[in-house]
Design a protein around this ligand. Sequence first.
Ligand SMILES: [Zn+2]
Length: 144
Amino acid sequence: MSPAKSHVPAALRKRVAQQSRYRCGYCLRSEELMGMTMTLDHIIPEAAGGLTVQENLWLACRRCNEFKGTQTHAYDPQTGDRVALFNPRWQAWNEHFAWSGDGTEILGLTACGRATVIALQMNNSEIVVTRRLWVSAGWWPPQE
Ligand SMILES: [Zn+2]
């Protein structure tokens, strides 16, 4: 069970959704591809003292949000360093991640990117199969 989540006022949710361009800040998939509303991610989780304020909120898909859970840091598989997870509000996706040549996997370009890919299981077999279908349909990867 997830811990109780703070209520987010509708106006704040709408503002954050617009800022996020209605897509997940981590894996970039859109609400259209999900067929459902995104969750609001507390970038610093509430369990770690993160507040329900615009500066600490961004959209995330349910996959990324659930795998992220209460984590704030993770280990870079290349250096073994423990680093802060990617912050979709303040960091640029393209500086930390890139798509594999076939568009199905997210590559971490930095310690932060690599740690986040692992922590959020951004390339587990389920989502890679799904992305392969999207690629074959011409819907993926997203054009930045
Ligand atoms: Zn996602």
